[in-house]
Design a protein around this ligand. Sequence first.
Ligand SMILES: Cc1cc2nc3c(=O)[nH]c(=O)nc-3n(C[C@H](O)[C@H](O)[C@H](O)COP(=O)(O)O)c2cc1C
Length: 188
Amino acid sequence: MRLVVALTGASGVYLGVRFLEVLKEHKVETHLLLSRQAEDLIREEMGISPEKVRGLADFAYNEGDWKAPVASGSFLHQGMVVIPCSMKTLAGIAQGYAENLILRAADVTLKERRPLILVPRETPLSALHLENMLKLARLGVIIAPPVPAFYHRPRSIEDMVDFFLGRILNLLGIPNRLNRPWPHSSGL
Ligand SMILES: Cc1cc2nc3c(=O)[nH]c(=O)nc-3n(C[C@H](O)[C@H](O)[C@H](O)COP(=O)(O)O)c2cc1C
């Protein structure tokens, strides 16, 4: 399986970094796109270098790499996940405004009718954010905010994130043990 994964400049870049680790564990080929702002947040929020994150992927591109394969519909893949997805990138995808490689790759994923999953991170949400999400949902895009569950009794942020990432793997049809179905996950 081959996936395109984009990290943008919303808080919670750990979600995307951990997602790359999980995909590696599940033997998925990853094509990583990092926005400039995501690179800054990786340094700020995690204290690690963007290079280290690139090292988790099989292939990695910058937002200005227009010659990257993911810019073309002829490059076959099984879906794209934007995690975390900033409101700016969400708006760009909703408008078909493909001014960087992430927006172009999402635009291509849409036109090729492949799965596109966005993990938007913002709170509270304005009517504009919600309208953009509704527009995309109606086009078949999966909007999956990183909302934590509590019924599996998480003990750490890592527990919460892994449980959420299991949901994303489920959406992509990747069997996993991160997200065990209710009610067994609670142990009750
Ligand atoms: C520390 C920091 C945290 C941010 N967190 C968010 C966020 O959670 N959600 C969001 O939509 N934008 C957030 N932003 C703003 C985006 O980074 C900004 O809109 C940027 O243009 C997004 O560009 P990109 O989507 O190309 O990465 C944050 C910015 C900074 C500096």
